[in-house]
Design a protein around this ligand. Structure first.
Ligand code: ATP
Ligand code: MG
Length: 273
């Protein structure tokens, strides 16, 4: 007789197989080079990056300062183009697209989260989250609904009217994540999203990323300098001198939700000033 554990294991294998078979590449970089020209000086930021990321992966990018991490993120995020090589995003070659065409793709497919949050200071959390939708065809009521939903997904219901300076660093980063989410992107790119946060707040942010990845199958790529943050991802890619030095799967993956349960609760200060 087959035991429950065996059955579960078998079921999991089938799930994994299925996932493997249906997982399409979202990102295909091949032999990508990036050269910046500063007057007469050429800076070779990327020297031949070949990389495939499949739908639903959670990738952490690591590497020393200047190794090309942000340059790669800018190319993946269609903010910049390779000098040489090709980039296929979701089956479409985007290496040769114009600035406007890239802006459209960014708006449809990609959400960005940065270390410094990049929120508009004199604008409420809700309005910050509504911003990316101003370029799409949604009507005001629909925009409003979606922004409220995104804020609730990151645990900020009730703080919609707060301005960034009335929110903690972690709360501001959550607004930024809600803003990245609101157009339902297939891909979220985060460049050092926990760089300015204390360790507990970092775990809270990683819990949101892991949840979005697991429940909504959003593909995530995150740059970090911290090994313990990289361990929340499922795969780590290490850059060195504009090349990929290492690419491996995380074996003992951390679970942010479980870790949060073990941390002592904090009393949030609800004062707005
Ligand atoms: N706009 C630019 N003009 C000229 N050189 C640039 C530009 N952007 C990046 N570089 C150079 O390209 C190289 C890679 O930079 P990049 O920002 O990708 O590094 P990084 O891995 O993100 O570093 P960090 O960890 O410090 O953020 C560096 O030598 C950098 O000085
Ligand atoms: Mg960088």
């Amino acid at each position: 007789m087959i035991s429950v554990t065996e059955l579960e294991a078998k079921e999991k294998r089938t799930d994994d197989d299925l996932e493997q078979r249906v997982a399409q590449p979202v990102i295909q970089l091949s032999h990508v080079h990036k050269v910046y020209y500063m007057g007469d000086v050429e800076v070779h930021a990327l020297r031949g990056i070949t990389l495939t990321v499949k739908k639903g992966e959670f990738v952490a990018i690591m590497g020393a300062s200047g190794s090309g991490k942000s340059t790669t993120m800018n190319i993946i995020g269609c903010l910049d183009r390779p000098t040489k090589g090709t980039y296929i995003l979701d089956g479409q070659d985007v290496s040769e697209l114009s600035r406007d065409e890239r802006a459209d793709i960014r708006n449809q497919k990609i959400g960005f989260v940065f270390q410094g949050f990049n929120l508009l200071a004199r604008t409420s959390a809700l309005e910050n989250v509504e911003l990316p939708m101003l370029y799409s065809n949604n009507n005001t009521a629909d925009r409003h609904q979606r922004a409220l939903k995104a804020l609730s997904e990151v645990g900020l219901s009730g703080r919609e009217q707060s301005h960034p300076n009335q929110l903690s660093g972690g709360q501001q980063q959550r607004v930024a994540i809600a803003r990245a989410l609101v157009n339902q992107p297939a891909l979220i790119l985060a460049d050092e999203p926990t760089g300015n946060l204390d360790s507990r707040t970092s775990v809270e942010v990683m819990e949101i990323f892991q949840r979005l990845n697991r429940d909504d199958h959003i593909t995530l790529i995150l740059v970090t300098h911290e090994h313990d943050i990289a361990e929340y991802a499922s795969r780590v890619i290490v850059f060195k001198d504009g090349k990929i030095k290492n690419d491996y799967l995380v074996t003992n993956r951390r679970d942010a939700a479980e870790e949060l349960k073990l941390l002592p609760p904090i009393i949030e200060d609800d004062d707005d000033e």
